[in-house]
Ligand binder design. Structure first.
Ligand code: BGC
Length: 942
């Protein structure tokens, strides 16, 4: 399949049909439909922010999707063209509102056309069925809100829906959204029982509208299942009452996230359970074999398509574990598998095997007698074959004998992994615990005090201090030729010698990535790192290119790339193999653009439906999330790309994401929030990790020793690269406390290898004045610690595409060979080194180049307002050709200077102008200057 076909296929497989009364869907040729809602034209393809900002060459909306199907010879229903025209006209007058173009300024919901009774009645006279689209987006830096237009319907949407239901008996509602929204209105009397069908089409990337049309018209049967629980009310989610704080965010619900909570304590609050989704056909599932040994459980399930249409089904296996001393969730997903497309009457035997660890619990208190261990508490472990987390048949068989009653039984509590206490809370709080089982099958809701940290972190860190690899001077004296980086690529055993030969300055340069939009790699990306200074480049280290992620390549200079469906939709496919193929194709596109690393997958858990970035992540369930993330990493690797699992850990809210401190038990941390990362590392061979902005029990992730060293590297055996999130802040590894981006020594001590990002071209001259030189000097950071991180970075680079192609030039100079034929009369013509300022900057500026040579477009700019992370871009055009960009986030009133582009210009006159792709940058001066060799001076970011 080509890339577009895989995008279309995966976008379709993730659509979830939640209701289809009297088989309203699929729509056939004899049907006539009226489509309501502006998203039929303005179909959302992704969320906003770094995770969705891919400039696509095209995207297919729902109407195009219908048309394409027709062209493909597929029978589609008759569309009410008059109504389509009414919407198109209205949209012309009410264009899509992308905000003021500033970072995170796009509203989460667009204005809708208010429907008149006449319009709806006229539509009902033409067509029998109605489709009503509801759209929402969300993204970085802002959460969803418990407000109309965000989690709730707007008045206009509700009123429109009521009018449609008054006139049409068969109404299908499509949710073209990035996050779960309120659907408690579904059965409300005001809609007269006329909402016959409901589907989440999510945001399917550039083929989203196509995939939605495919499902509506029955080209494909829906096979998506929810990756989250939909509760009747927002307040029903146990995280809601604590969600979104600026400081301590208490994870009181503990392991009871999503269906773990609802199946244990509140089944009645579930509108649509985790794992639920309908098809146009029906299936039977029959367990043919159930077996287990010490390490694994095995199942063979015969899935038969018992309906009349082709479709695919998902086998979901849940466990009910003994409550034991620790207390458990009533259901835990322990494995799943999707069949291939089965024709009516056809069967497939699905073989499943999973490790007993998927049933284990982590004892963070010692209550079971096995403190800080993954254990299987004694008792009976029942498996359920579920159509979702709430409904399932108990599997009672062993050794192929069906229903003999022998279940997986642990006679004496078993320790699967003995670990040590890590990242435990220092603040007292209470968490939920399951008590006795009630007559209705649910459990009493109890609470207990969370075990606190007993660690001596200082001692732990001290015991980990590495030995120095040798002094640069000594090595270079004994080996004056110095080995080059390509030698290390060929023979990684040379790494110690290579690292020992690097000077302090080189070591410090290597732990600073630069960006955004470094000129040393493909234009428009989030960062470059590695050989970004002349001296490192001279040693043969390439500059590595990193791009956002996760849904496609984000090039902020406006260059185009493909956009795949959002993470939540992909999780709803329950098809890791398909996700692997999708990302294999995406990596081909990366490699074709010389991009080595993708900043995704996002592995954070859907703790609350309000998290603005849920769309980038997968699910409320750690196993499903982990399998998806692993698939993405494996897929990327198949084509030579590398994924970055982010945000490690607990980036579960966007509001206050830089200041928030997650207060969470060690058990919930390990069983729920870290588990997807663990699976991605162990099963997906993830090679790069991005830490999060927030704190975890008082320690910022980027300087969290337990997270980055004790757990990630020592327990999980991770050998790759750890980077910070962009402009992160670190605090004291041992004592916590105040955080700052300058505290890079703490980052290194925790073995978060690299800081993302310093201003372009300043990595060698000290970034924005971090504390590395001082810490090395006063001994609070050992040189050996820096060497260890540099070793991680360089070994990682040996695995990148960049290391296996000829060394990229450090300066990618652009040669402009056109000169202007004529220059308008009377305009000012600037000489090199002469600054254009004030109003000249908003128009065409002319520069006279006296001799053919290498030049830089250099400027000073300021960007006020906005979050310090909000980014803006001004592209530089020379003779109409876009050649480079100024990129900055808020400068807090300080003028920043930077080089937008280096060029070789022939003698002649050139026209330069600026194109602001996003507002907010106030360019204050600009000149064309002969290239400087020394690093540019720069203002400072806080
Ligand atoms: C986001 C990351 C992203 C990075 C680079 C940060 O603000 O949190 O997910 O990869 O920016 O764009």
């Amino acid at each position: 399949m080509d890339f577009q076909s895989i995008i279309r296929e995966s976008a379709g497989q993730g659509i979830v049909l939640l209701k289809n009364e009297k088989n309203m869907l699929p729509l056939g040729e004899p049907d006539s439909i009226s489509v309501f809602g502006r998203c039929q034209v303005n179909y959302y393809k992704s969320g906003t922010g770094s995770g969705g900002s891919v400039h696509v060459p095209f995207s297919v909306n729902l109407l195009d999707g219908f048309e394409n199907l027709k062209k493909e010879g597929f029978k589609i229903p008759a569309l009410n063209q008059e109504l389509i025209q009414v919407y198109k006209n209205w949209i012309n007058e009410h264009p899509f509102d992308s905000g003021n173009g500033e970072w995170a300024s796009e509203p989460w919901c667009q204005v809708e056309m208010s429907l008149s009774d006449e319009l709806v009645k006229a539509a009902a006279a033409k067509s029998k069925k109605a489709i009503f689209l509801i759209g929402r987006t969300a993204g970085e830096d802002q959460d969803n809100k418990a407000e109309e237009g965000s989690f709730y319907l707007t008045k206009t949407e509700r009123e429109n829906l009521r009018k449609i239901c008054d006139s049409f008996e068969e109404v299908c509602v499509i949710l073209n959204v990035s996050n779960i929204i309120d659907t408690s209105w579904l059965e409300s009397e005001e809609f007269s029982g006329h909402i016959r069908a409901l589907l989440y089409s999510w945001q399917g990337g550039m083929q989203g509208g196509q995939a939605c049309a495919d499902i509506l018209c029955g080209k494909k049967s829906p096979s998506g299942k929810l990756s989250d629980t939909i509760a009747f009310k927002l307040e029903d989610y146990p995280s809601t009452k604590n969600f979104g704080s600026a400081e301590d965010e208490v994870y009181e619900e503990d392991i009871f996230v999503g269906y773990r909570y609802f199946t244990t304590f509140a089944k009645e609050k579930v509108q649509f359970p985790f794992g639920f989704g309908l098809s146009y056909t029906t299936f039977t599932q029959e367990v043919q074999k159930y077996d287990f040994d010490e390490e694994n459980l095995y199942l063979e399930v015969k899935v038969t398509n018992s309906g009349s249409r082709t479709g695919a089904e998902i086998v979901q296996v849940y466990a009910e574990c003994p409550q034991g001393k620790l207390g458990k969730a009533a259901r835990v997903l322990c494995d799943f598998a999707k069949t291939k497309e089965l024709e009516s009457g056809k069967s497939e035997i699905v073989k499943i095997s999973f490790p007993v660890k998927n049933l284990a619990s982590y004892d963070d208190s010692g209550e079971s007698g096995n403190a800080y261990s993954y254990i299987l508490e004694e008792g009976i472990y029942s498996l359920y074959l579920g159509s979702d987390a709430l409904h399932g048949e108990k599997i009672l068989s062993k050794n192929g004998k069906i229903a003999d009653g022998s279940e997986f039984t642990v006679t004496k509590t078993r320790v699967l992994e003995k670990l040590s206490q890590c990242c435990a809370p220092q603040k007292e709080f209470s968490r939920l615990k399951a008590g006795n089982q009630k007559s209705d099958g649910g459990f009493e809701l109890l609470s207990e005090k969370v075990p606190l940290s007993q660690e001596n972190l200082g001692e732990k860190i001290k015991a980990n201090l590495p030995k120095e690899l040798g002094h640069a001077e000594l090595v270079s004296a004994s080996n004056p030729a110095k080995i080059q980086f390509p030698d290390v690529v060929k023979n990684p055993a040379l790494i110690d010698e290579f690292v020992a030969s690097l000077s302090d300055k080189e070591l410090m340069t290597l732990v600073r990535g630069e960006g955004m939009m470094s000129r040393k790699v493909t234009a428009g990306l989030a960062s470059a790192f590695g050989g970004i200074s002349q001296s490192l480049h001279d040693r043969g280290i390439p500059a590595v290119a990193c791009s956002d992620g996760p849904s496609g390549i984000r090039m902020d200079n406006g260059k185009e790339a493909s956009l795949v469906p959002i993470g939540t939709l992909l999780a709803c496919t329950w098809n890791p193999a398909l996700v692997e193929d999708l990302y294999e194709a995406l990596a081909k596109e990366m490699i074709s653009k010389n991009i080595d690393v993708l900043l995704g997958p996002g592995c954070n858990i859907h703790r609350s439906p309000l998290n603005g970035r849920n769309f980038e992540y997968y699910s409320e369930d750690p196993l499903l999330s982990g399998k998806m993330a692993a698939a993405m990493c494996k897929g990327l690797a198949r084509s030579g790309g590398i994924g970055t699992i982010k945000h490690f850990a607990l980036n579960n809210q966007e509001s206050h994401r830089r200041t928030e401190n997650s207060v969470v038990s060690e058990r919930a941390l390990r069983e729920i929030y870290l588990r997807p990362f663990e699976i991605a590392v162990k099963e997906g061979n993830a090679r790069a990790v991005m830490t999060s902005y927030n704190g975890v029990n008082g320690h910022k992730s980027a300087s969290n020793f337990d997270l980055n060293t004790s757990i990630l590297r020592k327990e999980w055996g991770f050998t790759g690269l750890v980077m910070t999130d962009w402009w992160a802040a670190m605090n004291d590894c041992e004592k916590g406390g105040e955080a700052s981006g300058r505290n890079m020594s703490y980052m290194i001590r925790a073995r978060n290898d690299i800081y993302m990002v310093v201003v372009n071209d300043t990595a060698e001259s000290g970034g924005f004045g971090d504390n590395l030189p001082e810490a090395l000097k006063n001994g609070s950071l050992m040189r050996s610690e820096l060497q260890v991180c540099v070793k991680d970075i360089l070994l990682f680079i040996t695995e990148t595409y960049a290391a296996h192609v000829p060394l990229r030039p450090l300066k990618s100079e652009i040669t402009i060979s056109t000169v202007l034929d004529s220059v308008p009369a009377g305009v000012k013509i600037y000489a090199p080194e002469e600054y254009a300022t004030d109003s000249a900057l908003s128009g065409d500026m002319y520069f006279d180049v006296p001799e053919t040579a290498s030049y830089e477009v250099f400027g000073g700019f300021i960007k006020d307002g906005g979050d310090t992370l909000s980014q803006s871009i001004s592209n530089v055009l020379i003779n109409g050709e876009s050649v480079g960009s100024f990129e900055c986030r808020s400068t807090n009133g300080v003028t920043m200077y930077s080089v937008a582009v280096q060029l070789v210009l022939k003698k002649g006159v050139y026209k330069i102008n600026l194109e602001h792709t996003k507002p907010g940058i106030l360019v204050q001066c600009l000149c064309l200057r002969r290239e400087r060799l020394s690093p540019i001076s720069s203002g400072e970011y806080e």
